[in-house]
Ligand binder design. Structure first.
Ligand SMILES: [Zn+2]
Length: 481
C-alpha cells in the first residue's frame, strides 16, 4: 500500500470535512455537505483500505480508516441531523425560538420555571426530530463494528485506541464512590449563590445557568475577554500565525464554542458564540488551548500525528488554558481580582459536577456500546446512572443525543487527569505566574511539536514517569481529607 498517497488523501479529506464543519457551525452557510466529501474520498474507507492498513499502517491511521468506514456508512444521518438541527425551532408560550439558540437563552434565563420550560421544549423537539436519525446511526455503527470482526463497538474502540476503557471506568467509579459523601456539601453553597436554592430544587434545566454563574459576571467583564487572552498568550510568547479568531455573532452559529483545525498548522479557527460572563472566558480559553496546540505542530509531521491520535492530549492543553480562568494568580494578574475565594469555590463545584457527570456517562456508554441485546432498556440505565451521580432527577430523553461517538468522553476523562500533571510541572518549574514566563511557553511548544504521536499515558510516562490515573483529580481538587 502506498502510505504517502494515503496520507495526502486523508489530509485532504479531514481538512475538507473540518472546513465544512467550520462554515456550517459558525453559521456561515446552511449547507452541511459531508456526503460529497465522503464520496470524493471513498477509497480511504473501502474495506480493502481498512484491511491493508490493519496490516501495515500506523495505529492512528487504522483507527481513522475504521472510524471513516463507519462515518461514511452513516453520513446521510449525520448530514441530515445537522440540517434539521439548524432549521429546527422550538415553541415556547406561542413564541418560536431557534433550537440551537435556545440553549444560550436558557443559560441566561433567570426564571427557573422558564428554564425548565425551554429545556422540556428542546428535549421534546430533539426526541421527535433528531432521535430517529441518532438511533439509526447508532444501530448501523453497531452492526458495522461486528461486520469488521469485533464483538462490539466497545471492543473495537478499545483495540483501536489502545485504551483500556474498563480500567478507566474502574477509576471513575472509584472517584464517584470517594466523592459521594462530600459532593452535595461542595456544590450546595455555589448552587445557593447562583440559583437561590440547593439540591431540594436543583434540576438539570438549571445546569447551564449554574455553570454560567451570573453572580460572577462582574468578575468576568465582556470587555476584557479577548484582551485577557491576548495578554496571556503574549506573556507566554505564543503567537503562531495560523490561529484565526471568529467571535462574530451570527443567528445560526452554534452555541458550543469550537476549534476547527482546517489546515494544521496554518489555518486553525477558534470559534466562540458569546453568552456572557464566566462561560465565555472558560470556553474561549479552552478552545484557545486547542488552537495553540494545533498551530504549533510542525507541518512536516505525518498527518496522523497532526489531525488524529489520542485526543486526551489536545483536550489536556485545552483544560490547561481553561483552568487559568479560575487560577488565583491569573485572576490577580489579568483581571485584578484580589479575593478569588468565591470564584475558586464555584469552579471546584462545577468541575466536580462535570467529573461526576462524565464518570456516569462513561459507565453508561460502555453498556450502550457493548452490543446490548436491545437498545430500549438503556434509556433507563442512562437516566439512573446520571441521576445517581448528580443527585437530581435526570431526564432520560437525551439518552441518544448525549452520546459521544467512539468514546470521546474517555478523552475528556483522561485529559482532566493529564492536565493536573502538566499544570503541576508548570508550577514547579516556572512558579505560580508561569503564564507570564516565555520559558513556560517554550516548554509547551516543545510538547506541542510532537503532535499526537503518543497516547496521553505515554506522554505522561515520558514527562514524569507517572501513570495516568483519574484518581489524580481527588488530590487536585482537594477532595480527600
Ligand atoms: Zn476540547
Amino acid at each position: 500500500m502506498n502510505l504517502t498517497a494515503y496520507r495526502d488523501d486523508a489530509e485532504e479529506f479531514v481538512s475538507s470535512l473540518d472546513r465544512e464543519y467550520y462554515r456550517h457551525f459558525a453559521g456561515l452557510q446552511d449547507e452541511f455537505d459531508i456526503e460529497t466529501i465522503y464520496e470524493r474520498h471513498a477509497e480511504l474507507f473501502s474495506r480493502d483500505s481498512v484491511q491493508r492498513l490493519r496490516e501495515e499502517g500506523t495505529t492512528q491511521l487504522v483507527e481513522f480508516a475504521v472510524h471513516g468506514f463507519i462515518g461514511r456508512a452513516t453520513k446521510e444521518e449525520s448530514a441530515e441531523l445537522a440540517r434539521r438541527e439548524a432549521a429546527l425551532e422550538i415553541e415556547l408560550e406561542g413564541e418560536q425560538l431557534p433550537f440551537r439558540q435556545s440553549a444560550v437563552i436558557q443559560a441566561n434565563e433567570r426564571d427557573p420555571e422558564r428554564r425548565a420550560a425551554i429545556e422540556t421544549a428542546r428535549l421534546d423537539a430533539a426526541e421527535r426530530e433528531l432521535d430517529p436519525l441518532l438511533r439509526e446511526a447508532l444501530e448501523r455503527s453497531h452492526a458495522l463494528a461486528k461486520e469488521l470482526g469485533w464483538p462490539s463497538m466497545r471492543a473495537m474502540c478499545e483495540e483501536l485506541s489502545g485504551i483500556d476503557l474498563g480500567a478507566l471506568e474502574s477509576q471513575t467509579s472509584a472517584f464517584l464512590d470517594s466523592t459521594e459523601s462530600t459532593y452535595e456539601e461542595i456544590v450546595s453553597g455555589p448552587l445557593e449563590t447562583e440559583l437561590g436554592y440547593g439540591f431540594d430544587r436543583f434540576q438539570r434545566a438549571d445546569m447551564a445557568y449554574f455553570f454560567r454563574a451570573p453572580s460572577l459576571d462582574g468578575v468576568y467583564p465582556d470587555a476584557r475577554l479577548l484582551e485577557s487572552l491576548e495578554q496571556t498568550l503574549s506573556g507566554l510568547h505564543l503567537d503562531p500565525p495560523g490561529v484565526i479568531l471568529d467571535v462574530d455573532q451570527r443567528p445560526k452559529k452554534t452555541p458550543r464554542a469550537f476549534c476547527a483545525p482546517v489546515r494544521v498548522p496554518d489555518e486553525v479557527y477558534l470559534v466562540i458564540a458569546r453568552r456572557g460572563g464566566r462561560d465565555d472566558y472558560e470556553t474561549l480559553f479552552h478552545e484557545a488551548g486547542h488552537a495553540q496546540h494545533f498551530a504549533h505542530m510542525p507541518g512536516s509531521l505525518p498527518m496522523e500525528y497532526r489531525y488524529l491520535g489520542d485526543n486526551s492530549i489536545t483536550e489536556s492543553f485545552a483544560f490547561l488554558f481553561q483552568h487559568l480562568t479560575a487560577d488565583p494568580a491569573w485572576l490577580r494578574t489579568r483581571l485584578d481580582i484580589q479575593e478569588p475565594a468565591a470564584i475558586e469555590r464555584q469552579f471546584r463545584a462545577v468541575k466536580l459536577v462535570f467529573l461526576r457527570r462524565y464518570a456516569a456517562k462513561l459507565a453508561y456508554e460502555l453498556e450502550l456500546q457493548a452490543a446490548p441485546a436491545a437498545l430500549d432498556p438503556l434509556r433507563e440505565v442512562y437516566a439512573r446512572r446520571l441521576s445517581d451521580a448528580l443527585h437530581i432527577e435526570w431526564p432520560s430523553a437525551s439518552w441518544l443525543s448525549d452520546v459521544d461517538p467512539f468514546f470521546y468522553a474517555a478523552a475528556y476523562i483522561r485529559a482532566w487527569a493529564l492536565e493536573t500533571h502538566v499544570r503541576r510541572l508548570l508550577h514547579e518549574r516556572f512558579g505560580e505566574l508561569w503564564f507570564e514566563e516565555p520559558e513556560a511557553g517554550e516548554f509547551l511548544i516543545d510538547l506541542w511539536r510532537q503532535g499526537q504521536s503518543m497516547r496521553g499515558d505515554e506522554l505522561l510516562r515520558e514527562l514524569t514517569g507517572a501513570e495516568l490515573d483519574f484518581g489524580a483529580l481527588l488530590d487536585d481538587l482537594k477532595l480527600v481529607a
